[in-house]
Write a protein that binds this ligand. Structure first.
Ligand SMILES: Nc1ncnc2c1ncn2[C@@H]1O[C@H](COP(=O)(O)OP(=O)(O)OP(=O)(O)O)[C@@H](O)[C@H]1O
Length: 247
């Protein structure tokens, strides 16, 4: 059985016929912790949406070589309709959707798990509050609980630190390190410091994807944050273009 959890295989994708991602390949294995960086509009979120099956690529395939996997997804909080009439607890429970069964009857252990996650993220007192009453940081924590409730094999986080308050940020990063013992993590962040201190490897997405098999952020890499391949390739950074990389 393959140890690869998910694979983007030569993906070209975009919207309304316009290409955003060009020939992007990425392999995710258990316990990977991949930081995804790149300029605004470079296609990071689009890549995640392709991985999640939310948009179909123009070319290439998304593969799950070891069979169906559970993916927990934390979207950008700005993508959420805050006026939707749903409580904090219900948002977290909605992450338990299984086998096309929406809102399954919760088992006792699952209810406890919902309570534990809300306690860990400091939200237990808000469990019956509508999400419209939350701050951006609180909403992001609710969405993180939702992403984790199904004990995913792969956790995908799109800019988790956009709104999160500084107090919770440190706890969040510590928690992610612990979670990484049990699951692979794909973390999109503009916070280069966060990326370098947390992740094991880096994928730079700027239409194409350039994969760095290390988390070392040198001055050169910062300079090449826009991922021009010729500059990266001439730096001292371990660098591979992933479609030539099949580890
Ligand atoms: N639903 C959509 N319809 C049309 N174009 C879109 C859509 N979503 C994104 N785009 C365009 O695709 C390009 C890539 O967007 P994407 O959100 O993937 O980039 P990103 O790297 O995640 O950016 P950011 O760092 O700003 O979040 C942008 O030019 C964006 O305007």
């Amino acid at each position: 059985m393959s140890s690869t959890l998910a694979q983007l295989d030569h993906i070209t994708a975009g919207y309304n016929g316009e290409t955003v991602l060009r020939d992007v390949s990425l392999t995710v294995k258990p316990n990977d912790f991949i930081g995804v960086i790149g300029p605004n509009g470079g296609g990071k979120t689009t890549m995640i949406k392709v991985l999640l099956g939310l948009i179909q690529p123009f070319k290439g395939q998304v593969k799950f070589p070891s069979g169906k996997i559970k993916i927990g997804y934390l979207p950008q909080a700005s993508q959420i309709d805050r006026t939707f009439p749903i409580s904090v607890k219900e948002v977290v429970e909605s992450g338990l959707k299984i086998k096309n069964q929406w809102w399954p009857l919760l088992q006792k252990a699952q209810k406890q798990e919902v309570g534990q996650l809300l306690t860990k993220t400091g939200l237990i007192d808000y469990k019956d509050s509508p999400i419209g009453e939350l701050s951006g940081g609180q909403l992001q924590r609710v969405l993180l609980c939702r992403a984790l409730i199904n004990q995913p094999d792969l956790l995908v986080l799109d800019e988790p630190n956009t709104y999160v308050d500084k107090n919770f940020e440190g706890e969040l990063y510590q928690w992610l390190q612990e979670l990484n013992q049990e699951m692979a993590i794909l973390l999109v962040s503009h916070d280069v410091g966060t990326i370098s201190s947390l992740v094991k490897t880096i994928a730079c997405v700027n239409s194409q994807l350039h994969y760095h098999a290390s988390n070392t952020l040198t001055a050169e890499l910062l300079k090449v944050y826009n991922c021009p391949i010729d500059v990266i390739a001439h730096g001292n950074i371990p660098h591979r273009v992933l479609n030539k990389h099949d580890q």
